[in-house]
Design a protein around this ligand. Structure first.
Ligand SMILES: Nc1nc2c(c(=O)[nH]1)N[C@@H](CN(C=O)c1ccc(C(=O)N[C@@H](CCC(=O)O)C(=O)O)cc1)CN2
Ligand SMILES: NCC(=O)N[C@@H]1O[C@H](COP(=O)([O-])[O-])[C@@H](O)[C@H]1O
Length: 216
């Protein structure tokens, strides 16, 4: 029985594509993307999923009277598909405490900064404006606190003179496509868990910033 990923997204879906390719190449063995769900009807990630023969659903947050109602519909759809792991891949909605509690420990996100720096939006511009010399991405467990969940893995890149938010985003995204499937692989292998609000890998608490991914 393959390990089932349900991926939530709001945009282009290049991280989704990385998961599709990793499952296809068996870099993520015995794992499948069971469904892709978006809150945006025009998310290109839905097209990517359809091109890969993956079930899709669109639940438009604008059609709901409250965040709680939207999250309840989202939860029902996810559970209809069945998910061992719920993956936020550029999903641009803040999730309610009830939703997070339901999936706690099997709900992860990728954030385009070296958390705890720059939670929220516009991370690359904030790093540039602060004069930082490095940027990156963080895979973390999702908790009620926005982008405050325990980090699992981080990748760092240098910020070059002349970088702008777009060039930074492009180089960070490339690292995301490596670390995100790796974190999911650890989870599918039963090596990664959330215990007492800490990320645990191979029965050891991870460092505050997660595992630092080093690519030679
Ligand atoms: N309870 C949590 N929900 C979410 C988390 C989390 O850690 N805890 N991670 C985010 C992902 N994210 C950054 O990584 C993020 C997504 C969305 C927003 C945000 O401000 N959204 C606005 C709408 C913005 C828009 O529609 O363009 C909103 O929801 O009102 C901040 C950070 C996913 N959810
Ligand atoms: N706060 C959440 C957030 O900003 N997530 C970011 O959205 C992008 C989605 O790209 P993709 O659609 O090409 O995978 C990624 O860079 C991800 O880190």
């Amino acid at each position: 029985m393959p390990y089932k990923l349900v991926i939530l997204l709001s945009g282009s879906g290049s991280n989704l594509q990385a998961f599709i390719d990793a499952c296809e190449s068996k870099a993520l063995p015995n794992t499948e993307v069971s469904a892709v769900i978006s809150n945006k009807t025009d998310a290109f990630g839905l097209i990517r999923a359809q091109q890969a023969g993956i079930a899709t659903a669109c639940i438009n947050h604008k059609e709901f009277a409250s965040r709680e109602d939207f999250d309840c519909a989202l939860k029902n759809k996810i559970d209809e598909f069945g998910a061992d792991l719920v993956i936020l891949a550029g999903f641009m909605r803040i999730l309610t405490p009830g939703f997070v509690r339901h999936y706690l420990g099997r709900l992860i996100n990728i954030h385009p900064s070296l958390l705890p720096k720059y939670p929220g939006l516009h991370t690359h511009q904030r790093a540039l404006d602060a004069g930082d010399t490095e940027a990156g991405a963080t895979v973390h467990f999702v908790t009620e606190e926005l982008d405050g969940g325990p980090p699992i893995i981080q990748a760092k890149i240098p910020i070059f003179d002349g970088d702008d938010a777009a060039t930074l985003a492009e180089r960070v995204l490339s690292k995301e496509h490596t670390i995100y499937p790796l974190a999911a692989k650890w989870f599918a292998e039963g090596r990664l868990s959330l215990q007492n609000s800490k990320a645990v890998l191979d029965d050891k608490n991870l460092p505050e910033s997660g595992v630092l991914f080093q690519q030679n």
